[in-house]
Design a protein around this ligand. Structure first.
Ligand code: FPP
Length: 255
């Protein structure tokens, strides 16, 4: 059973948020790393770190709602994570249901919309059914869009997009001439979403690990040594504050 942390303190005064709404990144993506090390540091099995990692998800979603972030994408399970021991894979893939069983009502009342990016076909029924139910229940919400990347891998996503695009070219639905970056983006799981403005990675590593390769072309990166289970609203706001200092030029020159 997961610890039930109150989801949103609606009475929180705005001044404590620390980042003015207008410079808050629209889309934040997070690589949640360090669960295993967090557990090992405490002499616990790795799965204890994943379980504790759910508490950080609750804190970050709560902070994102408060800061009026539009999209939060969390890398929960990659196409490469199947290489882990079966028991660990099963434990991680049971967490979405456990999380949603406890928090879905609060997510709904906070106008959160749940989405999944990744290949849901290969997910076990207990994961797929839980997230599908949450997606159906929240599809009309227009507050924070919370994307869980589940069985997600960027190379797989890009290859799938290329295959679907070639099929559409073959069926003359689109022509090679009209193909551009915008057209191509429509074949990705993230179609209809803006690219991430800010990419956060916890746990001290500084790599993308097959996450949103196409979409992060101009994302701002923020790394921290803090392990994911220790990540809280404080670090989230630090990342947002740091983002505010960045000068995004997209290959052009400063204004
Ligand atoms: C990486 O840390 C973490 C994962 C592969 C799993 C992340 C999953 C969660 C935080 C929970 C998902 C739950 C929901 C509700 C979607 P690691 O195990 O690679 O850590 P290490 O580098 O210290 O070994």
């Amino acid at each position: 059973m997961l610890i039930n942390i109150p989801f949103v303190n609606k009475k929180q005064p705005k001044e404590t948020i620390g980042v003015p709404e207008d410079s808050t990144p629209e889309h934040i993506a997070i690589i949640m790393d360090g669960n295993g090390r967090w557990a090992r540091n405490r002499g616990l099995p790795r799965i204890a770190g994943h379980k504790e990692g759910v508490s950080s998800i609750v804190k970050v979603v709560k902070a994102a709602v408060k800061c009026k972030v539009k999209i939060l994408t969390l890398y929960a399970f990659s196409t490469e994570n199947w290489k882990r021991p079966k028991s660990e894979v099963e434990f991680i893939l049971r967490l979405p249901k456990q999380f949603l069983d406890v928090y879905l009502p609060e997510l709904i009342s906070n106008n959160v919309r749940i989405q999944v990016i990744g290949d849901m076909e290969l997910l076990p029924d207990y994961t797929r059914d839980a997230v599908q139910y949450a997606m159906d229940r929240t599809r009309h919400n227009d507050g924070l869009q919370l994307n869980f990347a589940l069985n997600y891998g960027s190379r797989h996503e890009i290859l799938k997009a290329v295959k679907e695009m070639l099929a559409d070219i073959n069926d003359t639905k689109i022509s090679v001439e009209e193909l551009d970056e915008q057209q191509f983006s429509k074949y990705l799981y993230t179609k209809d979403m803006p690219d991430p403005d800010l990419m956060i990675r916890t746990g001290g590593e500084q790599r993308l690990s097959n996450f949103l390769l196409w979409q992060s072309a101009y994302s701002e990166f923020w790394y921290t040594d803090v392990l994911w289970p220790d990540f809280s609203e404080r670090e989230f706001l630090l990342a947002l504050d740091d983002y505010r200092q960045r000068n995004r030029r997209y290959g052009g020159l400063s204004k």
